[in-house]
Design a protein. Sequence first.
Length: 339
Amino acid sequence: MKKVTTLGQFIIERQADFPFAKGELSRLLRDIGIAAKIVNREVNKAGLVDILGDQGTVNVQGEHQKKLDVFANEQFISALSCGGETCAIASEENETLVHIDSAVSKNAKYVVCMDPLDGSSNIDVNVAIGTIFSIYRRTSFSGPAEERDYLQKGTEQIAAGYVIYGSSTMLVYTTGKGVNGFTLDPSIGEFCLSHPDMMCPKSGTIYSINEGNYVHFPDGVKQYIKYCQMEDKHTHRPYTSRYIGSLVADFHRNLLKGGIFIYPSTLKSPKGKLRLLYEGNPIAFIIEEAGGRASSGFKRILDLQPKSLHERTPLFVGSTDMVKQAEEFMMKYSPVETV
Ligand code: AHG
Ligand code: MN
Ligand code: MN
């Protein structure tokens, strides 16, 4: 019989990679796994329990919150609060830091950034959605966590990952020693190691971008799209276009199959749409650990210095050769950076 490794077992085994760790990071990752299972349970029966549709509120980004955005936010905050390993959370759904006010949490070493429900526009139509998280060591020494604890470059991340609620539910994460994927086995309620040491193919034939925004794209992106669509047997072009509209799902597919995902700056959003702290950085950490590349079109995402919790960044991410090529088009046709 094939040996099954659960997420819990795997986390404990890997704790040995951090000789001075006291287990807090392991507990934090385990808590995220528990919240993911609860969100997964609700996503699976969303149509039955009145959890679809709008909440009737607007978040700090000016976006209409869905009931599931709010539910997932509450579940992750609650799971992370109980564990006591983080003193505050930066979430897409909260304008300011959510401080965790408990005796155990106030000296916690870690801070967490998260997009509790990614791909909100797909919730009501049964298309894959996700959760993204990123963990840093706190830099302030005492008292409540401060914004500067969060305004660290992506290179300082201790761990990052995502959950994809898709045809099956998976949790994929890295602590800087490779990327591992776990599939939820609903019969035992455990995430089981299914994708050890994930690597992104060096090149691919998929490009993912919302082409509806074409007229607003920088010339570099327009030219790159034309390049993707041109016929050339040697480079397996034309490439195929795949765009789900959930970053987690588009990224996950390209990580496994090889490809490039682009959400560039546009005339309407000069810094792009995606958020650096809880979308760009965790996704960039994962892709680099899987041998791929992530850039703003000009600079490595992980080297960007964040200035605010909800700031945005253009994102070019995926197979190394494809991202490099897209960067060359940006340099040639759109040499003026917007970030
Ligand atoms: P969120 O649901 O967390 O606000 O994120 C939505 C993001 C991301 O998941 C996706 O890649 C992108 O928005 C899609 O945007 P467009 O609809 O503009 O293509
Ligand atoms: Mn998102
Ligand atoms: Mn979201």
